[in-house]
Structures are given as structure tokens and as C-alpha cells.
Design a protein around this ligand. Sequence first.
Ligand code: ARG
Length: 225
Amino acid sequence: MAKKLLVVCMAAIMAVAALVAGCGGDQKAASDNKVLKVGTNADFAPFEFQDENGKEYQGFDMDLIRAIGEEMGYKVEISNIQFDGLIPAIQAGNIDVAITGMTINEERKQNVLFSDPYYKSGLSIIVAKDNNDIKTFQDLKGKKVAVQIGTTSAAEVNKIGGVEVKEFNSSADTFMELRAKGVDAVVNDRPVNDYYILKSGETNVKALPELLTSEDYGIAFAKNN
Ligand code: ARG
């Protein structure tokens, strides 16, 4: 009797195991053609940038989203979109997610959902090495400052008041403007400012230690997703 029960039990276990294995297999096959459409503004090293040939997308965010895609069984397709066009692209359904060093804030939460925070950032200033006027954010009053359009830098520098804010399409453009002496300072996310100083070989600029904000980056996606 006991032996009979054992045989029945083993058969049941084997049947369940076969079912589980079968399901897993089917899921894998179905996922092979699933695509995650990712938008980024690929001019924000070290989070997203393109290699020298302007082809391969690289950086912290790119590695992260590829790892997430792999985990989900999705093929990751990345498109380069202007920063202030990313939330509209999510809302229009042209992309599934935006990963682009995007700060989670209340204003954006009206339009998109965010993942859990994945990186803690904040804003810092870069000035010419021989600039002794600007030491803090308050010192930007009455000065010309370059920021990227649609970013928290643009919003925060405008809040200081009395700053002549010049808005550019990319952080690379803000650095170029500083080099060309079109502005007195640049405000960007600190890791981006620090990476620029480290990698550009630019020796005539310095990053100031003050951090204006504490910001969390999140991955954005549609409210109905
Ligand atoms: N963290 C800032 C923001 O959310 C700047 C992000 C800019 N990102 C970019 N890929 N250009 O506004």
C-alpha cells in the first residue's frame, strides 16, 4: 500500500516538474521577439553617451537598462531623443521607458511613473579656473549661466533670481559655451560636471564643491503601463 502511494506521489511530482519546465520553455520562446523601446538623451556622460564612431550607446544607464532588458527577456532598442522630448515621447507611446539621468520630481510625476530611485545626484557649478567671483550658487546672481533645456539645472538656476540663464540642447553645449567664454558658469548634475573635467583634458576650469540639491534618478514610463 505504502509502495503504491510512493509511486503515485512520484508520478505526480514528475508531472508537475514537466509542466513547470514546459511553461518556462514556452515563455522563453515567446519573449524572444519582445522589444523594450528605450529613449535617452545620449549626451550626458557618464550616464549615456555614444562612442567615438557615434554608434554604440555607452554609460551607466545604458548598462543598467540592458541588464534589465536581459532579466525581463526583452530586446532593448535605444533611441537618442532631445531631453525635453522624452516625456512627450513616453506619453505618445513612441518609447516604453526613458532612462537618462532623469530626476524624480513632482512636476514630472504628473505625466509619468517612475521606478524606484537608482542613483543619488545633485547640481554643481563649473567656472573658469581664474574666476574668483563665483564660489556659491548665490554668487550666480548677475552672472551668465549655461544650463541644459528642460533640466532641474534650468529650473533651479531660474529660481535663484537675477541670473542671466542661457539654455542649450545638451550638457556638451553648455561646456562649449563656457570654453568660448559666452557664460561665466555652467550648472549641471555633479557627476556629469566631474566627468567632463576628468575626461575632457580641459585644464582651465574648476568644479565648485557646493551641491545645490539632492536628487534621485528614476526610470520613467507611461502612467497606464
Ligand atoms: N537630472 C537632471 C534632470 O532630470 C538632468 C538630466 C539630463 N539628462 C540628460 N541625459 N541630458 O533634469
